[in-house]
Write a protein that binds this ligand. Sequence first.
Ligand code: ADE
Ligand code: ZN
Length: 334
Amino acid sequence: MQDFIRGLPKTEFHIHLEGSLEPEMMFELGVRNDIALPYASVDEVRAAYAFSNLQSFLDIYYQGAAVLIHEQDFYGMTWAYLQKMHAENVRHVEVFFDPQTHTDRGVAFETVITGIQRALNDAREQYALSSELIMCFLRHLSEESAQATLQQSLPFKDRIKAVGLDSSELGNPPEKFRSVFEEARRHGYLTVAHAGEEGPPDYIWGALDILGVSRIDHGVRCDEDPALMERLREEQVPLTVCPLSNVKLCVFDHMSDHNLGRLLEQGLCVTVHSDDPAYFGGYMNETYSAIQRHLDLTREDLHQLARNGVQATFLPEREKARLVQELDDYVANA
Ligand code: ADE
Ligand code: ZN
């Protein structure tokens, strides 16, 4: 099964680039950029990664991202991630970045996007690994701040496929960002949003009906609302589920309690992702492995998850068909 997972052609589209910053690189950049971190060693950093909920993680995550200053830093972080994805047989990625985390510290929007984009271009050339970029607004900040970020993004609009919504969910419902999402859609951006990770099913309804999202990031609390389950199933709205994240952030006590298998069984378009792999203990292969073991998933289940993953990307239909064919051929011969 581990070999089957390793060889499976995969897609990844719920990954925060800042969440791929491994402690070693964080430490190195902290020294190079003279940014003090409250840890004496890489081991101490890892020891701090014991979270009780989303906010306890976000506090540490934003602190870690503060070591990113120069274009080369964003390049290096993104390139390290893409090298790993290439090694794990990931064929296409759609990556999140949080501009406000950097612009609020005085780093230029252009510095961030240029570094990330250069790495994405290199991966396209060297690995034939295709990609899109998704710019997330931080929901604990104001809508005005999100509006300002949207304006800053416009000169780079051709390089950004979609806008998203992340950070502290509870108390920051989708309707807070109604206008900025409307304006983003007018500029041609697609939309996605984190919803139903810690927040109630109402936030998932809001993401669909108010923000007009193409996918729900997480969405695992949908099973508390039968009418919502029916809507998600009927419309095959992708849920980008991040099982390792959900266990680390105590959304589920243990992987064997995770509802991913039940959602899949009920015909929802579930896909599987790593969220913040440097913080939650695994990238794509580890994630597939963990759910396979703890939820007793079959090869057919994994095939379905990978196929959902292709269908839920923002790739053109022709590319999706090509990837599904590659996936089906792989499974038939594995
Ligand atoms: N930012 C990075 N990871 C996140 C998560 N799991 N939920 C919300 N915001 C995030
Ligand atoms: Zn996320």
